[in-house]
Design a protein around this ligand. Sequence first.
Ligand code: TMP
Ligand code: ASP
Length: 242
Amino acid sequence: MERKNKLYEGKAKILFQTDDPNVLLQKFKDDATAFNGKKKGTIANKGFVNNQISAHLYKYLSSYHVPTHFINTVSDTEMTVVALQMIPVEVIVRNIAAGSLLKRSDFKEGDVLESPVLEYFLKDDDKGDPQITREEILNQELCSEEDLDALSRLALKINAVMKSFWTRRNIKLVDFKLEFGKNKDGKIILGDEISPDTCRFWDAETDEKMDKDRFRQDLGKVEEAYEDMRRRVFMEAPLESE
Ligand code: TMP
Ligand code: ASP
């Protein structure tokens, strides 16, 4: 698979074209940003850790019939992925109150939500990625109603599968962000990444933060937390949940 022109460079990843128009190469960077790029830094080895974690989780989700863009790991920091027409919506699933939800509710950090909360944010850096409603998504024709229903169902399924995966690794899946796109046949596929950059992970016993909040909130031991999450992904986990 030959790496060709750079197609897009984001804050944490670069997408390259390949000799196959339906395949892209996704490279994970060590760069980290927060608060819409206002805080900048690097997390040593993050590209490697996020590539490995994302690859494993996409393979795991595929085994539960969740369609993902992952094709192959091609180097420490690179994977090949299916080229998608991305839907400019960030889909958030929350199980425990944290982050921006605290500003929009009376929940306290750590409150367990009775059922998973699904939210949508417009993927637009200039506008600061504002929260949007289902009706706004449809009125702005960001995707069809059928697509929105399909990706919302997928997001809740991914949550159920991931919650059990992480519970068996002594991790609380607090919340996470997903991005979806359509492949050349118009099918909805999970894109982007699933990693400590895009999820909140808390140690199940101590509630210690094991994700990018360590960088966002200057909690220290950022690299150690990412590496610990990589170790937990690959550990032999008990089969039964809880
Ligand atoms: P929030 O509580 O700040 O809205 O974040 C919810 C989840 O989404 C959290 O797991 C972190 C993730 N996230 C991203 O992946 N990218 C982003 O730009 C933001 C703001 C959050
Ligand atoms: N990645 C986003 C940014 O740089 C926000 C975040 O993850 O907190 O702005």
